[in-house]
Design a protein. Structure first.
Length: 183
């Protein structure tokens, strides 16, 4: 009996073997997370990653079980408080805070992690990030309060500010995927 050679699979390599970078991948996730935000002013999303594995996500909104600003209005707007100031008047919990809190609830260590966020962390969030021993922060958007970035850098946290906004990164990643799909 003669043995037949196994059929060889003919595969055509895509012209563009493009995948998002790790930073683009997790930034796109942070943008998707931000869509759950209940803030009327600005929607932020955060993803905390340990060894290229998502350990937590967070978006800005009211504390658990309390009415959201999308339902009752924004006190900061009513009082004409400028963006980036008097954070304590806002009823919302910031996305970075929510992501760190979720790690605490579920027993996930943030030591040495990377945090992806869709805008500059405020000074309060920066202090939490430092104390959570997060080693790197990747930012894909801006915010009027830039003191948090300075604080992170002063504490030795590596800060990477992406040129593209998170929404643009998400759209880019979607286009990458579509370009690889067989028609």
């Amino acid at each position: 009996m003669s043995q037949k050679e196994p059929k060889k699979r003919i595969t055509s390599k895509p012209q563009h073997s493009i995948r998002p970078t790790v930073d683009e991948y997790f930034t796109a996730m942070a943008e998707l997370v931000s869509t759950r935000s209940t803030c009327l002013r600005r929607q932020f999303g955060t993803v905390i990653v340990q060894d290229n594995h998502v350990i937590s996500t967070g978006y800005n909104g009211a504390p658990r079980g309390m009415p959201h600003c999308i339902d009752i209005g924004c006190l900061r707007d009513e009082l004409h408080i400028p963006s980036g100031t008097k954070h304590e008047i806002c009823r919302g919990v910031h996305s970075e805070q929510n992501a760190i809190i979720q790690c605490a609830i579920h027993g996930e260590s943030t030591a040495g992690a990377t945090l992806y966020v869709t805008g500059y962390p405020c000074k309060i969030c920066a202090k939490m990030i430092i104390n959570a021993m997060i080693k790197r922060v990747v930012v894909s958007g801006s915010y009027s309060d830039t003191e948090g970035i300075d604080l992170l850098r002063e504490a030795g946290v590596e800060v990477t500010i992406l040129e593209q906004k998170a929404k643009d990164v998400l759209l880019k990643v979607i286009k990458m995927k579509e370009s690889r799909q067989r028609k």
